[in-house]
Write a protein that binds this ligand. Structure first.
Ligand SMILES: Cc1ccn(O)c(=O)c1
Ligand SMILES: [Zn+2]
Length: 263
């Protein structure tokens, strides 16, 4: 799908770690969510997820994470409601994780870090016609963040975990179909925080309405270990580097308010 094909990420010098916010950037991501400083907004609506598993297409190792990519040429898999005015099309989901279970998430909650974080990436199909266009615009993207914690095995995730060895190296792609991303959502999707932020990888554009779920999902230690068996490097490179710690350092809040959908 178009949503990430031209998405060239620099991981030679992981730029997403290097330069701080984009010049003049005052709404960068990720951030720490200070729960007691978040503001309950009773006008926030419930989120509506309408995902069609038949739009699932492939898994791509882009040298930064692995993306599960969806056909976003029609309105079959969409997100609406919550803080969003428009309808957003699902184009891909991916994860960020650590080399150990002690860290790995991009966002934190009262400084609590999780071993991994899922991002479901959507773009505003009411206002734009392509992901590449929306990624440069305010309110162009909506990303659902879900924390992963180590616990019982996640049966729905296992189908994805079983496919990962086939995309071990950077630039590898494998067909992957009929996967319902809703299985990766927590049971409670009513409780979330939302704030105006940015991509956490180049081009770091400030186009994202972030929606971070309060309730984490549980995955097993062994499932996370398979994430860490992926490589940043392509098959040709002599030195292979494990794909771990692919998260960005946290960014200043710059006076932003984080709203909560719950008290
Ligand atoms: C579009 C995009 C690219 C990278 N990451 O990490 C995101 O969360 C979203
Ligand atoms: Zn992400």
């Amino acid at each position: 799908s178009a949503c990430s094909s031209k998405y060239v990420l620099s991981q030679v010098h992981p730029m997403w770690q290097g330069p701080l916010a984009v010049p003049g950037g005052d709404r960068q991501s990720p951030i720490n969510i200070a729960v007691r400083k978040s503001v309950f907004d009773p006008q926030l609506k419930p989120l509506t997820f309408q995902y069609d598993p038949r739009t699932c297409q492939q898994i791509w190792n882009n040298g930064y994470s692995f993306l599960v990519e969806y056909d976003d040429t029609t309105d079959k898999s969409t997100l609406s409601g919550g803080p969003l005015e428009d309808r957003y099309r699902l184009c891909q989901f991916h994860f960020h994780w650590g080399e150990s279970n002690a860290w790995g998430s991009e966002h934190t909650v009262d400084r609590r870090v999780f071993p991994a974080e899922l991002h479901l990436v959507h773009w505003n199909a009411d206002k734009y016609s392509l992901f590449e266009e929306a990624v440069m615009e305010e309110n162009g993207l909506a990303v659902i963040g879900v924390f992963l914690k180590v616990g019982k095995r996640h049966e729905g995730l296992q189908k994805l975990v079983d496919a990962l060895p086939t995309v071990r190296h950077k630039d590898s792609v494998v067909e992957f179909t009929k996967f319902d991303p809703a299985c990766l959502l927590p049971t409670n999707t009513e409780n979330y925080w939302t704030y105006a932020g940015s991509l956490t990888t180049p081009p770091l554009t400030e186009s994202v309405s972030w929606i971070v779920m309060k309730q984490p999902i549980e995955v097993s230690h062994d499932q996370l270990a398979v994430f860490r068996s992926l490589l940043f490097t392509s098959a040709e490179e002599e030195v292979q580097k494990s794909m771990v710690n692919n998260f960005r350092v946290q960014q200043p809040l710059r006076g932003r308010t984080v709203r909560s959908s719950f008290t």
